[in-house]
Design a protein. Structure first.
Length: 307
């Protein structure tokens, strides 16, 4: 083969390769875009739609959903989505305005919090809707059912494959609920008392028969701050309930819980949980299902101390 012919063949192969690559990119671009505000709901959406949609998850793993802010590029792409999935109930405080802008442009928005029986967090001076419904797998099943109806309206998603994926994930949630029920049954009733860094386990407490003694930050958001009186009142409640462990979210510093532990004249352990954000692979909470099982084990272990 002459040098000229060899160059021609190489050029032809390059054109074919570029054409193939271009087709693949076009095929990817033709998929519907589903934008999700939190990584917990993002995990659920990804497991249901698989590769049939381009899923853009705004919140990175390990982030605090209360304080996370979307970039200008992400906000712009949000307004081009076929569907936006948000938690709602005041959770995504730094993203809500971008979701509202997308909705005003005509983008369909699914608010997961509207699919559940909403509880309120309460403190001595305030209250509000609790956005942390995912701590109850039964409520997450209701969310998945409602999400499925929305996904069926997204052009480009195949109904049969979507139904099979939804059914499989419902089975996973049912198994999770059964495992959590069995694990918590090992705790005597007088040990089912929870103290957290803010009000995050209200739905879990409601579903599995726990008492929420209080929170270091007496609010449903991490952006609030406790007063000295709040800390004193909670310290007294912890002593009265004989709580052995305070649970803090892994995305938040444990400083406030440590300050509280210093005020309580008894030994109180501080245990970090991934409650509002997933972790990287291998860190114990890479998926919603893994996070819930890991937290269940940690809660049982933490509340069994001294029991």
């Amino acid at each position: 083969m002459t040098g000229v012919r060899r160059l021609a063949v190489v050029a032809a192969v390059a054109v074919v390769a570029l054409g193939t690559t271009g087709c693949s990119a076009a095929e990817r671009d033709d998929r519907p875009l589903v934008a999700v505000t939190t990584n917990i709901l993002g995990d659920v959406v990804e497991r249901v739609v698989g590769d049939s949609a381009d899923v853009m998850v705004l919140m990175p793993r390990g982030a605090d959903p209360h304080s996370f802010e979307a970039s200008a590029q992400e906000a712009a792409r949000l307004r081009t989505a076929d569907l936006v999935v948000e938690n709602g109930l005041g959770l995504e405080e730094g993203v809500a305005r971008h979701v509202a802008a997308a909705a005003s442009d005509g983008v369909r928005v699914f608010t997961a919090g509207e699919a559940v029986d909403v509880l309120e967090w309460t403190s001595e001076d305030a209250s509000g809707p609790d956005p942390h419904f995912w701590t109850d797998p039964a409520r997450m099943t209701a969310v998945v059912d409602a999400l499925g109806e929305e996904l069926h309206e997204v052009p480009g998603l195949e109904d049969g494959a979507l139904d099979r994926a939804l059914e499989g994930y419902r089975d996973d949630l049912e198994a999770l609920d059964g495992d959590m029920t069995a694990a918590f049954a090992a705790l005597p009733e007088d040990r089912r008392a929870l103290v957290t860094n803010h009000h995050v386990f209200g739905y879990l407490a409601d579903r599995f028969g726990f008492r929420v003694v209080g929170a270091v930050i007496p609010s449903g958001t991490t952006l609030a701050s406790p007063s000295a009186a709040d800390l004193r009142d909670l310290a007294a409640a912890i002593e009265d309930a004989d709580v052995p462990t305070i649970f803090v979210d892994a995305s938040q510093p444990a400083r406030l819980a440590e300050v509280l532990a210093d005020e309580v004249d008894v030994h109180v352990a501080i245990r970090s949980l991934a409650t509002e954000s997933l972790t990287a692979e291998g860190e114990g909470a890479a998926s919603y299902l893994e996070m819930m099982r890991s937290n269940t084990d940690a809660i049982v272990d933490g509340l069994s101390v001294g029991g």
